[in-house]
Design a protein around this ligand. Structure first.
Ligand code: ZN
Length: 294
């Protein structure tokens, strides 16, 4: 599997580092590699960020001038504010562009035999909402939407909502190898949170080595666990969808799903007509969002 030509340029950047132009090839890390680097705003002290940014740069850079880089190189890039700024801008473009490439299929709740195919852009336009940010202040990895519990909002329910949200992951569209290509997304707060509470009990009391960050106060993990609860199906995963399956996704797939969950469940819909579509099979109308209890 190779990256489609239209996205190739996002991976190749030239940055001015220590007075010389360098060719840098970027990569998309697995979510597992970056989730522990996501800090809420109040924890982003200069001291902590001077550890977090080099760690992220090391995972983000596949090669510089054809060679892999170590943590010392990554620290030197961070210390060079112009180089660090260019690298951050390239990372923002890479993550934000690729995470939008996933495809969404919303099932008609009347006949269950037709799906509206929508892009992330089309959905945000219809909802009159921005996507959930991947990057905060154009600089920091933002806290994912799934790391918090939004209050239940009111819906007028003039029309029924889509009965199932299927998706194709950005990695598949873009051409990045991944264990899963597609799946079905449900609701992280289903059963009034009982599923999430069960998942915390099941996955986090263990003292398994390598899982020190599997904690509720680690925002990036909180979001991963809630996504594992929300996912109803993921191809390539037989049986239960574990937090591990989520952590192993390319980060762009995680960010796509975090945004899709937010758009489908958490955005307030003031005008259902604007977010509705007419089924091409049965001719009835439904809203391009999920019913909260699905
Ligand atoms: Zn229909």
């Amino acid at each position: 599997m190779t990256v489609a030509n239209s996205f190739e340029s996002l991976f190749h950047v030239r940055i001015l580092f220590q007075g010389r132009d360098r060719d840098i090839e970027l990569r998309v890390p697995e979510y597992e590699e970056v989730f522990a680097l996501i800090l809420p705003p109040e924890h982003r002290s200069p001291e902590r960020m001077s550890v977090m940014f080099p760690a992220e740069f090391k995972r983000l850079i596949k090669s510089m001038e054809g060679s892999s880089i170590d943590i010392e190189h990554a620290r030197a890039i961070y210390a060079d504010s112009q180089a660090a700024g260019q690298l951050v801008a390239s990372r923002n473009r890479l993550f934000e562009t690729l995470a939008e490439q996933g495809l969404i299929y919303m099932q008609c709740p009347h006949c269950l035999s037709w799906e509206a195919e929508v892009s992330v852009t089309a959905l945000t336009t219809a909802l009159q909402a921005g996507p959930w940010p991947i990057i905060d202040q154009r600089l920091f990895l933002a806290v994912p939407s799934l790391a918090q519990h939004f209050p239940k909002f009111l819906r007028t329910r003039q029309f029924p909502y889509s009965s199932r949200i299927r998706f194709q992951l950005p990695s598949t569209v873009v051409g990045i190898p991944a264990a899963s290509r597609s799946g079905v997304l449900g609701y992280a707060d289903a059963q009034h949170g009982a599923m999430e509470r069960a998942a915390w009990q099941r996955w986090t009391p263990s003292e398994v080595s390598g899982r020190e960050q599997w904690r509720e106060d680690v925002s990036g993990f909180h979001a991963a666990l809630r996504l594992s609860v929300a996912l109803q199906y993921l191809d390539g995963v037989s049986g239960e969808i574990t937090p591990e399956a989520v952590l192993q996704m390319p980060a762009i797939d995680f960010y796509f799903l975090d945004n899709l969950h937010y758009l489908a469940h958490n955005v307030a819909i003031t005008d259902e007509i604007k977010v509705s579509v007419r089924c091409e099979k049965c001719g009835q109308t439904f809203v391009l969002a999920a019913d909260a209890e699905n």
